[in-house]
Design a protein around this ligand. Sequence first.
Ligand code: B12
Length: 238
Amino acid sequence: MDSVTLRKEIIGFDASLVGFADMRGLAQEPFADLPQAVSIAVRLSPEIVDGILEGPTKEYYAEYERVNALLNEIAGKTVQLIRATGHRAEYFRATIQDSAMGGNYPQTLRVGFQHKTAATRAGLGWIGKCALLISYDLGPRIRLVTVFTDMPLEVGTPIVEGECGTCMVCVTACPGQAISGREWRLGMWREEFFDAHACRNTGRRLMQERTGIEAALCGLCVAICPKGRRQSGGCENG
Ligand code: B12
């Protein structure tokens, strides 16, 4: 199966964006000997995302669960499809509930593999000042999953620096003051431009206060980014 056909099939599973990445040297066990990745995005409902501009909602939490389940389903079907061609494939789940994380997760706020790495390597978008993947087509209003494989794929051109330019909309709006305003470049540590603990603590507090749900979901940086807003012409640099 060629890359064009594989992309069409995955879009047919209800994916919104599909990209292919060369992941050699970037993935750990059990994916280390699977050199390619399929980066898959599903779009969040625009209405639900617009609805969190004043704060997180129960609908946003339900959308988070719906999209995670859909991403894992699409990734599972993609694995089956690739395996049927005689190649190997495995996927890394969309997410693990923040509250279910053990080990040293509360200190590091980091898991074994970052979906945004596969997405920038596939050329789907850049890392914004807000630390989210800003996709060229849908801005940050997406969630991601990654399938690793040894199937030969036509990989995209990696993105190595941010394209937020002078835009500071998320920096000003972030209720946790987690976003420093520094533009991302390949090789930067998250901590050099984004305070994940401030983000998580604020997300937990806001979600709890507004909905009673125990989850670190704020999402204002997703909703407010000019790159994803339908009514906007885009951010200052296009
Ligand atoms: C832990 C976690 C959190 C933590 C820490 C966030 C963080 N930025 O690290 C907390 C609880 C704060 C959090 C909050 C949120 N999260 Co969260 N979270 C995760 C999770 C489970 C692991 C992330 C991780 O390991 N971080 C460690 C740091 C170092 O990595 P990273 O910032 O994720 O990614 C870095 C690398 O990819 C690197 N990078 C990029 N390209 C390249 C290329 C190369 C070669 C290399 C070496 C590195 C590299 O740059 C990135 C920026 O720092 C992922 C799922 C996953 N497995 O990826 C979701 C994920 C990052 N979260 C997501 C979302 C949407 C959110 C929230 C909006 C909550 C919500 N749903 O409303 C907020 C927004 C936070 C923000 N602005 O970043 C989405 C992001 C989608 C997108 N458009 O980018 C993800 C990918 C889940 C998903 N399946 O889609 N989250």
